[in-house]
Ligand binder design. Structure first.
Ligand code: F1P
Length: 342
């Protein structure tokens, strides 16, 4: 089968070009100053909500300031549970993330935020659309644009952008410059591990996938879980590592794959969970900088290299989709953008 006939495959395999553009765009643009804001909120829908979860955790880790992530629909319909009444001096920064820049909940939520004069808006998108036109700080990564419905290249490009933005707002130019090594590391990773992704993806004895990720990686665990669900119609769920023992691990058997997005900082605790799941008959797929089934070997600092968890798992979902006779470019029941009558 010729993989290049699928948009999804081409988009996954070319995504590092979009990572590079994301870095260029953020480096060249003005950025908000962390000290100007009482509250920082990240928002998006589906994939871009999960991106927001990852971004909020990273923002706090790098700046030491609190941030939170909410779905666009929640910010629109339940903003009273989200937006604090900030002092007039220091306001709220809303970071809206959207591949299309036209998702109704996200657009309406930003319109409401601005109408209520809550603060400033930063937009990260792959298209210069209505959302970008409302931005005080606008980051458009057009090389992340894609034909397929499930986000792969687009998501990764926006994640690199928000990672760079968090580093910049934290005043960590050292981290920002170290990110230049990511595209090369991503290329090497896909070249080395595509075969591994194919073997796991094509094994239809597996009927359930669990994605474990903690700290800055939990939002990414939610995203790759969505990829597996959207592209392959497989039962899958994301969890924080230690949470998996508190009930969900009852599902682990020889038909289960447990994907572990290992950190350096908490490697011992996380690896123990994986070893226990192997004892229960599960197949473990560990990802990390080193000492894992898939090793990044990037030498990029841990806080700014998490995009490297994505490509091999995206390929795994792609190959499973084909093995199940599905079309990864056209996930069942889904459209590329959700437009609602509000
Ligand atoms: C977000 C979205 C997601 C969905 C899928 C397609 O659109 O519709 O809700 O999970 O990934 O994209 P956008 O606001 O990022 O364009």
């Amino acid at each position: 089968m010729n993989m290049e006939t699928y948009h999804t495959y081409n988009e996954i395999k070319t995504q590092t070009q979009a990572w590079a553009q994301a870095l260029d765009v953020v480096r060249a643009s003005d950025s908000p100053k962390a000290g100007d804001y009482d509250q920082v909120i990240f928002t998006g829908c589906g994939s871009t909500y999960y991106l927001s979860l990852a971004a909020a955790a990273l923002y706090t880790e790098l700046t030491g300031r609190s941030a939170r992530a909410v779905p666009g629909g929640e910010l629109l319909l339940n903003s009273q549970t989200v937006v604090q009444q900030t002092s007039s001096l220091r306001r709220c920064l809303l970071v809206a993330i959207s591949r299309s820049g036209t998702t109704t909940e996200t657009v309406k939520a930003v319109e409401k935020f601005k109408a209520e004069k809550r603060g400033d808006v930063a937009v990260i998108s792959n298209y210069n659309e209505v959302l970008s036109r409302m931005a005080d700080f606008n980051y458009v990564i057009d090389k992340g644009q894609e034909e397929s419905v499930a986000q792969t290249r687009s998501f990764a490009s926006m994640y690199v952008a928000v990672t760079a933005l968090c580093a910049k707002m934290a005043g960590r130019d050292d981290l920002l410059s170290s990110m230049s090594d990511l595209p090369k590391a991503g290329e090497a990773l896909m070249a080395k591990y595509e075969a591994y992704a194919k073997v796991v993806g094509e094994n239809l004895n597996f009927d359930r996938f669990y994605f474990l990720g903690s700290g800055i990686r939990y939002g990414l665990a939610c995203e790759v879980n969505l990829k597996m669900k959207e592209m392959t119609l497989t039962h899958s769920e994301p969890f924080h590592f230690l949470e998996f023992r508190h009930g969900p691990m009852s599902m682990v058997n020889e038909n289960a794959v447990v994907v572990g997005m290992l950190s350096d900082a908490n490697r011992a605790h996380e690896a123990k969970v994986l070893s226990e799941m192997k004892m229960l008959g599960g197949t473990v797929a560990a990802f990390g900088e080193s000492g894992a089934d898939v090793c990044f070997e990037s030498n990029v600092p841990e806080s700014v290299r998490s995009v490297l968890y994505l490509p091999v798992i995206q390929l795994m979902a792609f190959y499973r989709s084909l093995a199940k006779g599905l079309n990864p470019d056209r996930p069942t029941n889904l459209t590329a953008v959700v437009k609602l009558d509000f």
